[in-house]
Design a protein around this ligand. Structure first.
Ligand code: CA
Length: 365
């Protein structure tokens, strides 16, 4: 039996490197080398959806490659195994081992989860990664999810999003009154206070809702993703900037009991596969958003508009009130907000004279 096992392990090494080398046995890492670990991942996105849906696909691919096929992850799109908004519970309860989505979908269960995706007028993608990895954010995220038997990992980033698709022009705050809009999370609350009616819908329900007039406006992500869903066919105006989601971090969630059954090397591989997938998604958006935007404008005659500064200023004011009320009765949300705000204050200070000053400089005639 032992002999068969070591032949199997050597075969795996040969398959991966193409070079036959004696296997250096490490009990901790290779203790499960005689079997393939098969895990299931459920997601809040349609299967293989560009950008967002590639996070889980890339992750599964990296894990497969790094483990030489010792660990296989089968990825299910929204609704294939559980509904989009059933991902958190499915992983928490251990029905599946892994999930991919956005933490702010779970604000109703874990208030502080809002901060780990995006906050209106908050951190950009680069700043989010700084806060999570070097500013204490990741530790707080782990603390917030611990009661649910979940381990979170950053799972991609959209970069600055678009303000969204509107069927009518937005020239003043009054234009938001009575507007029915798909906009989740805190931004939804900001729009509600501005007089709009807001709803949270998974991505795959937005097109039909716009088409049938269930909503008059909807935000999703940005040109690359929005073009795929075809929102330009059912709304006229495409507004920027994405004040409400300036750098949305996505998430991988792992069932803690399942995670603890893994040997140390697989635990590490999962962590670094997530890190790679996190960066990879931002790279894809960075490379592809403008091409999609050009297509929307040139081919589909989309009317690109900037939200007036007066409207943005009002939304910023309302956001500050919403934030205060949002954290008022939740000590964990207060703790996370404090960490987030302190990090934001110091990072903005330098980014004002670096990122912003440089981008302004690049625009000079
Ligand atoms: Ca969005």
């Amino acid at each position: 039996m032992k002999k068969i096992l070591s032949i199997g392990l050597i075969a795996v090494i040969v398959a991966c490197s193409g070079v036959e080398e004696p296997l250096v046995q490490d009990q901790e890492c290779f203790s499960s080398g005689d079997r393939t670990i098969k895990w299931t991942m459920v997601t809040t996105w349609p299967k293989n959806f560009p950008g967002l849906g590639m996070g889980p696909e890339n992750f599964a691919k990296y894990v497969d490659e790094m483990t030489c096929g010792r660990m296989k992850i089968k990825v299910y799109g929204a609704g294939e195994f559980v509904p989009a908004l059933g991902v958190f519970d499915a992983v928490s309860q251990g029905n599946v081992q892994l999930g991919h989505g956005a933490s702010y979908y779970w604000t109703g269960k874990v208030k502080s989860s809002q901060f780990f995706t995006a906050v209106p007028f908050g951190l950009t993608a680069q700043e989010m990664n700084g806060w999570l990895n070097y500013g204490g954010g990741m530790e707080l995220w782990e603390e917030a999810y611990a009661p649910f038997n979940l381990i979170p990992l950053a799972g991609g980033n959209s970069g600055v999003q678009m303000a969204g698709w509107f069927k009518k022009e937005i020239n003043s705050l009054d234009d938001l009154k009575g507007l029915k809009m798909r906009i989740p999370g805190l931004a939804g609350e900001v729009f509600t206070r501005a007089g709009a009616e807001t709803v949270t819908l998974p991505g795959n329900e937005i097109f039909l809702s716009l088409q049938q007039g269930v909503v008059d406006a909807a935000e999703w992500v940005g040109p690359y993703n929005d073009l795929t869903f075809g929102f330009h066919q059912v709304s006229d105006f495409y507004y920027y900037p994405g004040w409400h989601e300036p750098g949305s971090t996505l998430e991988f969630i792992i069932n803690k009991d399942a995670y603890q059954t893994l040997p140390d090397d697989l635990k590490a591989i999962i962590k670094y596969a997530a890190k790679s997938a996190n960066q990879e998604m931002l790279d894809e958006y960075t490379a592809r958003n403008n091409k999609a935007l050009t297509e929307l404008i040139d081919k589909h005659n989309v009317d690109l508009r900037k939200l007036p500064d007066s409207v943005l200023r009002e939304l910023k004011k309302i956001t500050e009130e919403v934030m205060k009320d949002f954290i008022a009765d939740d000590p964990m949300a207060q703790k996370v907000y404090k960490s987030y705000s302190e990090f934001k204050e110091q990072v903005i200070n330098y980014h004002r004279i670096s990122e912003k000053a440089y981008i302004d400089t690049r625009e000079l005639d």
